[in-house]
Design a protein around this ligand. Sequence first.
Ligand code: NIG
Ligand code: ZN
Length: 424
Amino acid sequence: MKKDMRADFLLINAGQLVTVAGNSDHPKRGDELSEIAVITDGAVAARDGVIAAVGTTSELQDRVELEEDAVVIDAQGKVVLPGLVDPHTHVVFAGSREHELEMKIQGMPYLEILARGGGILDTVRSTREASCEDLVRTAAKYLDEMLAQGTTTAEAKSGYGLTLKDELKMLEAIRVLQETQPVDLVPTFLGAHAIPEEYKDDPDGFVDLVIQEMLPAISPLGLARFCDVFCEEGVFSVEQTRRILLEAKRLGFELKIHADEMVTLGGAELAAELGATSADHLMMISDQGIEMLAASETIAVLLPATTFCVMGERYAPARKMIEKGAAVALSSDFNPGSSPVNSLQIVMGIACRQLKMTPAEVISAVTINAAHAIGCASSVGSIEEGKRADLVIFDAQDYRYLMYRFGTNLVDKVVKSGRIVVGG
Ligand SMILES: N=CN[C@@H](CCC(=O)O)C(=O)O
Ligand SMILES: [Zn+2]
């Protein structure tokens, strides 16, 4: 056979090449979540960081002519997945909150810690004191850990500044990180993450500040693609969230909502009503919220490591959502309080055990559906021609082993844009 393709990257002998192909235009729902398009003895060729061909090892060896300095990986029968996508993180922050552990163990609810001026507000105090360089340095370390565990694309939120100056500092840190480290970042403005202490007697005044000062100042700078609000009892009401997000939409932001996390407020319904890209958390989503999400394009991003870490009683009703047809994705929610977990492999293990999602559903939820949740499904989230050559090689022979061996980092190598960035 004539070699019809030149490549500068070739991976061969993947025991299971889990491509998750076929859903770049629309997210997976229902039974589609279980279809992960595995190629036995698979191979991937890439050129200039973009996937050029996907097939079996013998097919690609016949077709591909390698360039002189090409990277060749023999996967030796291991499992290969698309680079994992983490669609909800608060990776930029200062300080840490291990002192909340005893409070949580004694039963103090997350929202009470916040109402007493701790929780998010604790991190706001340390983040305000930090410089942009400090934030970049710490977040780069966390992103390194994430990359080493298979995450190649992540969303990153502001939300620990809560003044225009400090929110801009966080977004600028995300911009610098995007240019200086390998994990691709999608920035989100979360100015409405908590009512800051200086506005505790005037929460509507803070909502006005977000709408009248922060959004118009941030929008023209191109520092954030999404706008998000923590819609929660004692934080931002459904009405306040609607006001902020309508203005954000008018200014060109795409929308996200921290919805129905601790209390059933109707955040999921609002996300569907506003055409939000995602509604996240959803531990306490109502039946109507599930129906509305299922009938919408909004992705339901579930964060089971958060439920685990806040010692919540109820996990998001993932099975019901999948049965009703909602498009489900998974994320770490990495942050200093409710989820100091930045390993998607740990999230995957919890999702099987607590959300009762099957290994195949979990893989769809951390790849293509996660990519849809941050508007990146045309370039990442599956191993398909034309997409970025982001791959993870796991030290496993069967994809189910990843979730079975919960708690161990099974990454053998990570490939980012056709170059080995971990395990070279
Ligand atoms: N719930 C609101 N925001 C974050 C937690 C942030 C924090 O506790 O610092 C979340 O998504 O879980
Ligand atoms: Zn969050």
